[in-house]
Design a binder for this molecule. Structure first.
Ligand code: PLP
Length: 394
């Protein structure tokens, strides 16, 4: 990896006005990532505040029921705020503080990254402003309340489709206006360098722990690691320390929505094309004119029209495989894990569970699969009930 490139992907496709902010961030990150005190402080936050290490749980009932490979669940749903997003946000907030910044801005879709950022800002005594598509502020009113409760200001974005991609654009614009006291806390492994690398490094704690835990429990590495992919941060975090272990299959699960042969999909690798957007070169869902296509998934956390550049590269060199999982398959997996193991996964994570349910029965009993449960599913219960034709009060 050189100059923030992953093969032909990545880079810094940004306006001149943002260049200074990005260069300042890159310098600071290059310094602090090797700083002993920074890493010690971050580790303490991970352990004492976020509740790490998260458990690697042997799903015995699911394993017996599917009758094939041994299944382990990496329980990122047990982290404070209920998902992997806290790993990235604690890292960036601590870095911003070291850089002398007093204000965090962030984009959010479903509100999960906004809530995580508001959490870190409250903890570290920083000002926090979250950009959220107006459409999403209505759909996710509870998360808007959570952010405000923790002292953040939520700004509804009305441009474009008034959803996640417009919130990212607005946050980038705001960063250009106020770089002196503000850090843009980006929510996934996307955007201009150094974000894809930096966010990956903060999330890589997931695969570092999986490796230690599986070696302790099984005395060997897993045969496959499976994770869902929106921008790709929980997936790259789950893959990272296994990339050089060629016998470990890495499988990313994209949201197919109503199917990859329909227009209502968010499966970027399976349906997208090479493009440049939000500061990076990667694959994007596009219409026939090359405009960013509107995307759809039942899972708000996966309906982003792009994918992080490192995943695009891992796909190009065939090191990782990217499969598409439909709404219906994800909902069935959501219900299955709840019933079988008493664990309600986030609907995002249920995409990974669904793929494991397809491949585990065909694998030998001595094979091992690790599924990353990126978050917990309390937030999704009302929507899944609605999907099944039942109305419950939120
Ligand atoms: C945001 C989110 C995702 C998708 O983001 P990635 O960057 O692809 O990890 C997945 N799962 C949960 C629970 C989320 O909150």
């Amino acid at each position: 990896m050189k100059n923030g490139r992953f093969g032909i992907h990545g880079g810094q496709y940004i306006p001149e006005t943002l260049m200074n902010a990005v260069i300042e961030l890159e310098k600071a990150y290059n310094f602090y990532k090797n700083d002993k005190n920074f890493n010690k402080e971050l580790n303490t936050l991970f352990n004492e505040y976020a509740g790490r290490p998260s458990r690697l749980y042997f799903a015995e009932k699911m394993t017996n029921d599917l009758g094939g490979a041994k299944i382990y669940l990496k329980r990122e749903d047990l982290n404070h705020t209920g998902a992997h997003k806290i790993n990235n946000v604690l890292g960036q907030a601590l870095l911003a503080k070291k850089m002398g910044k007093t204000r965090l801005i962030a984009e959010t879709g479903a509100g999960q990254h906004g809530v995580a950022t508001a959490t870190a800002a409250a903890l570290m005594g920083m000002e926090c402003v979250v950009f959220m598509g107006e459409e999403d502020t209505i759909r996710q009113a509870l998360n808007v309340y959570r952010m405000r409760l923790m002292g953040a200001k939520v700004i509804p974005v009305t441009s474009g489709t008034a959803t996640l991609k417009d919130a990212v654009s607005e946050a980038m614009r705001e960063w250009t206006n106020r770089i002196d006291d503000t850090h843009y806390c980006l929510g996934s492994v996307m955007g201009p360098h150094p974000f894809p690398t930096m966010v990956r490094d903060f999330q890589a704690v997931i695969s570092k722990e999986i490796k230690e835990q599986i070696l302790e429990k099984e005395g060997r590495l897993p045969d496959a690691v499976i994770a869902c992919v929106g921008g790709g941060s929980n997936a790259i975090g789950s893959f990272y320390h296994f990339i050089d272990d060629k016998n470990v299959k890495l499988i990313g699960c994209e949201a197919a929505g109503r199917g990859i042969d329909t227009l209502e999909t968010a499966a970027t690798i399976n349906t997208g094309r090479l493009g440049i957007f939000h500061g990076m070169k990667s694959y994007f869902c596009q219409d026939k004119y090359g405009q960013i296509a509107p995307v759809y998934s039942i899972s708000a956390g996966l309906d982003y029209p792009g994918i992080g550049p490192e995943h695009a590269y891992l796909h190009d060199i065939s090191r990782a495989e990217y499969v598409a999982v439909t709404d219906e398959e994800a909902v069935c997996a959501f219900e299955y894990l709840a019933r079988t193991e008493g664990i309600i996964p986030a609907i995002e994570s249920a995409h990974a569970v669904a793929h494991a349910m397809k491949i585990a029965p065909k694998m030998d009993k001595y094979k091992i699969i690790v599924i990353t449960i990126s978050g917990r599913g309390d937030k999704d219960c009302a929507a899944i009930a609605r999907y099944r034709g039942e109305n419950i009060n939120e």
